[in-house]
Design a protein around this ligand. Structure first.
Ligand code: CMC
Length: 431
């Protein structure tokens, strides 16, 4: 972050205040208002953080107008086609693409941590079978702080490293266990001879009673979904993780907070909501009805998988996933999948509609991911847990960056108070 010669002047009640301006390596300049309250006695007002940079970061950059997503400078489409999930994890965590030896070492470390503490099985069994797997995930990841005491000290870089590897390694195991528990099947232990995505499919779909071979095409598609969701700069769940960890909370508690935030339908829950919407629409002739509802101000309905706070042109992840959906369905021999047909027709109709054009609403990452996941055999309730396990590396990378920053201080937003001013307590008989 370089302070430029430029500054902004704020005039307030006849007084002028110079506010320094910082220039990023990419993106808009930021006005530094940190001393504004001390000097001028005013707060700034920005609900939803639409114009506020909450931190500085070197991990991910998004240009919403160009539809560009870069991790450590590398474009997501190159990473999705040439790299794979664990290599992208390394890039996000450590800043550079690994050498072959570094990658092997990292993959070995992650692979060696895939099993969960055996006593965690009992913890799982305390949940109702019909619990949403996200509810189970929030609880179990939070509970990791009760199982792994040797990686709770956030002031120790080594413990932070161990916690990071544990979380990346165990999230697929925990998500798969949540799924198995919900359908009444036995937990399946990880297999360290399989790669990250293939192992996840194995833990979800194999049963002890028979052989299960992971289809390499499906594991590649799974890996691509994980890669595309790995990080997305300061979105709601990442900001939640940063805010939670600003108090010095342990990493497992912070990631559990991120998972809880991700669950909402405006964020990670949109993939489940999107597929449910496509099923509800059912056939292409009903699309105009749903487009009309999405445009109706008096109807709370929104087109799920459409729109984004940052992307105002195209979501580069959606482009890759649309292609992946075609490939996976063709390979599975279900290219005439009715949901895919509804999705494609809905996309075309919306993209040609003035409402969506004017508001710059495009399909986002969640629009096609659900179709692929369903074709693989996942129920809709598993879509958001899969998003959570892939985003864990992003949360951890941002968490590590924040903890290592000497300027890190507890997050404490201010408010515009509109409530009652001081008044005297009234006894109950007099109310
Ligand atoms: N369908 C219909 N209208 C929409 C939609 C939509 N999906 N998205 C935004 N709008 C309208 C909205 O009504 C508003 O209209 P007006 O200006 O007339 O009031 C305008 O577009 C701007 O919307 P906003 O809510 O102010 O925009 P935002 O940046 O706060 O919200 C969003 C972004 C993603 C929450 C929103 O587009 C949305 O709810 N989309 C559907 C849910 C979804 O797909 N979420 C996944 C996001 S990507 C994955 C992730 O980050 O987790």
């Amino acid at each position: 972050m370089t302070e430029t010669q430029k500054s902004a002047t704020l005039t307030l009640n006849g007084e002028s205040y110079e506010l320094p301006i910082f220039s990023p390596t990419a993106g808009p300049d930021v006005v530094d208002i940190r001393k504004l309250y001390a000097k001028a006695g005013v707060f700034t007002y920005d609900p939803g953080f639409t114009s506020t940079a909450s931190c500085d970061s070197t991990i991910t950059y998004i240009d919403g107008d160009k539809g560009e997503l870069l991790h450590r400078g590398y474009p997501i489409d190159q990473l999705a086609s040439k790299s794979h999930y664990l290599e992208v994890c390394y890039l996000l965590l450590y800043g550079e693409l690994p050498t072959a030896a570094q990658l092997e070492d990292f993959e070995t470390r992650v692979t060696r941590h895939t099993m969960v503490h055996e006593q965690m099985h009992n913890f799982f069994r305390g949940f109702r079978r019909d619990a949403h797997p996200m509810a189970t995930l929030v609880g179990v990841v939070g509970a990791m702080s009760a199982f792994y005491h040797d990686s709770l000290d956030v002031t120790d870089p080594w413990q932070r490293e161990v916690a990071a590897v544990r979380l990346i390694a165990k999230l697929p195991t925990i998500a798969a266990m949540a799924y198995k528990y919900s359908i009444g099947q036995p937990f399946v232990y990880p297999r360290n001879d399989l790669d990250y995505a293939a192992n996840f499919l194995h833990m979800c779909f194999s049963v002890p009673a028979e052989e299960y071979h992971v289809n390499p095409i499906l594991s590649r598609a799974m890996d691509r979904i994980l890669t595309l969701h790995a990080d997305h700069e300061q979105n709601a769940s990442t900001s939640t993780v940063r805010l939670a960890s600003s108090s010095g909370a342990n990493p497992f508690a912070c990631i559990a907070a991120g998972i809880a935030c991700l669950w909402g339908p405006a964020h990670g829950g949109a993939n489940q909501a999107c597929l449910e919407m496509l099923k509800e629409i059912g056939t292409v002739d009903r699309i105009p009805e749903y487009i009309a509802r999405a445009k109706d101000k008096n109807d709370p309905f929104r087109l799920m998988g459409f729109g984004h706070r940052v992307y105002k042109n195209t979501d580069p992840r959606a482009k890759v996933l649309k292609q992946s959906a075609d490939e996976v369905l063709e390979l599975l021999g279900v290219e005439d999948n009715p949901l895919l047909q509804v999705a494609k027709e809905l996309e075309q109709t919306a993209l040609n509609d003035p409402y969506f054009i004017e508001k710059k609403l495009f399909p986002n990452v969640d629009f096609y991911s659900g179709i692929i996941l369903e074709a693989m055999g996942f129920p809709t309730s598993m879509f958001t847990p899969i998003f959570a396990l892939s985003r864990t590396v992003g949360w951890i990378s941002q968490w590590k960056e924040m903890i290592a920053d000497p300027q890190n201080k507890i997050g404490r937003p201010r408010q515009l108070y509109l409530g009652e001013t001081l008044r005297d307590y009234v006894d109950i008989e007099q109310r």
